[in-house]
Design a protein around this ligand. Structure first.
Ligand code: ZN
Length: 68
């Protein structure tokens, strides 16, 4: 005789996944921190923070060839 309680869910605005509306969901209405950052446009800034190490390595080998 008890109504089965339907868990409240929302859709992640970024990836449209169903997210349970619970205190554990720190990033609601987003499903995860990444989706939240993507929606805020901050993910691009995160990408830019990755150093171009491969470019540095290429420059190093060029310099070696130059000095020999
Ligand atoms: Zn998401």
């Amino acid at each position: 005789m008890s109504l089965s309680e339907k868990p409240l869910t929302v859709r992640c605005p970024t990836c449209k996944r169903l997210v349970p509306w619970t205190p554990e969901q720190a990033f609601k209405p987003f499903c995860c921190e990444r989706c939240k950052l993507i929606d805020l446009g901050e993910w691009a800034m995160e990408e830019k923070r990755i150093p171009g190490e491969s470019l540095t390595l290429e420059n190093d080998s060029d310099e070696d060839a130059f000095f020999q």
